[in-house]
Design a binder for this molecule. Sequence first.
Ligand SMILES: C[S@@+](CC[C@H](N)C(=O)[O-])C[C@H]1O[C@@H](n2cnc3c(N)ncnc32)[C@H](O)[C@@H]1O
Length: 209
Amino acid sequence: MNDTDSVAAYHEQELRIARDPRHPSHELPPAMPAEARILDIGCGAGQTLIASYPGRLSFGLDVDLGALRLGRGWTSSVAFACGRAEALPYRSADFDLVVARVSLPYTDITRSLHEIHRVLKPGGMVWMTLHPLGLRTRQVRWARWRSWLTFTYVLTNGLCLHVLQKQFSFFGRHESFQTEGGMRRALRRAGFHDVKIDRKRHFLFTARA
Ligand SMILES: C[S@@+](CC[C@H](N)C(=O)[O-])C[C@H]1O[C@@H](n2cnc3c(N)ncnc32)[C@H](O)[C@@H]1O
């Protein structure tokens, strides 16, 4: 299987999960009024938008052109754009809801949260699922030195995020684990309020701009 095949396989699997309410990893953003403007950051091929808001215009952004190409083949309802969470190519106060399902852990979270706050209308909601330390620990393959080297980097960056609300890039890549306390502080600093956390299935945060 080449890289393109594995990207497609991942997003196809996530679309199946998004469409199956009984799947243990199923977690979708809330229903929204028909006129609401919705943006998904790190949308992949648009699986969350396709399953949650079918047949209506929504917006999806990702850095991965392969995933966006796949999504354009699946739907014409999502306006896909290639870009980074840390520098969103949208006007200020443009959206009612910003969704980020397991994508912010791969970004500079402090910068991404400031951008999300900027593009949300006052009172708009961010809905995001994140990576707690336990999940990241379970993913390490200790026999592979690259895996534990990455884990050491993710661990260090997660601790920096928790204490300082700062992360460091490693060959252009940002990755961290997240904590409740660190995220509450980062959200407050970005201007959010009404922070709610739900750990039933995923590590889920919502907050208001
Ligand atoms: C684990 S996948 C999640 C995809 C989708 N949200 C889902 O729930 O299935 C993470 C996604 O975040 C994207 N991503 C990583 N870094 C990003 C960044 N800085 N800005 C925007 N998207 C990013 C990746 O390309 C990938 O599609």
